[in-house]
Design a protein around this ligand. Sequence first.
Ligand code: OGA
Ligand code: NI
Length: 320
Amino acid sequence: MEQTIKFPVVNLSKLNGEERDQTMALINDACENWGFFEIVNHGLPYDLMDNVEKMTKEHYKKTMEQKFNDMLKSKGLEKLETEVEDVDWESTFYLRHLPQSNLYDIPDMSDEYRTAMKNFGKRLENLAENLLDLLCENLGLEKGYLKKMFHGTKGPSFGTKVSNYPPCPKPEMTKGLRAHTDAGGIILLFQDDKVSGLQLLKDGDWIDVPPLNHSIVINLGDQLEVITNGKYKSVMHRVVTQKEGNRMSIASFYNPGSDAEISPASSLASKETEYPSFVFDDYMKLYAGVKFQPKEPRFEAMKNATAVTELNPAASVETF
Ligand code: OGA
Ligand code: NI
């Protein structure tokens, strides 16, 4: 696909200089019109990123690749003769950082890898909170507003999904990850700097999110659409498979705590376009069954709790 429009890339170091206003405006435009942007000069140490990438790739080879191939065999997917629409061509595992870390319960991780992921998680948590405050500033909300709304009684949920998208003999037959919007708050993605695959839907076209060395891709989840009363949007995205190369991606989800009460900010609310108010966990229970469906019926269902069951949840998925 030919890429005619330019995916927004934000140089965060410019927030400390003369170009602060333009940079804030670029972030605001990305949040309103893309639901996505890519950040560079974000302050994460490059050697930590390089280390995490290297160890994630080694971990996949050592402990995940065989399982993925066994899965293909057991599901009869090695030849991919017909299109499959209910499987994602990905190999994943999940780390939870907050409210309680499960890092030491995950089998098959070396001590080194655990330590690197712990440091990386902490850095990303700080970055997520800084980004939320930039959004507050652009939205005219007081500093800390979003963090506070995400807090609930136990603080935010923060987790990392580590994925590998192995090469696929027939990319037209399956997606690496089917199209969806993310349910939560703000998502920070460290993606492979060589193998592409992530695409977002903009004005009816699938647009590539280009690999860029040492960048972090940011996108907004459904909760930010609700809180901003639709000023900002969660946007559909997917991962396409590739014939060559194994794509690594590490997606970290900074979400509200399970009992956090989510509602449109009163300064952004309006009667005509009203978004629902709910407890985050109730939204996640609904999302788990309908992740790969459009978000609008979810918002409608949350306006009226009795309508939730009518969405007829399909197969359950990870609730990230
Ligand atoms: C996700 C997601 C994209 C990627 O896990 O929700 O959109 O590139 N991942 O792995
Ligand atoms: Ni996603």
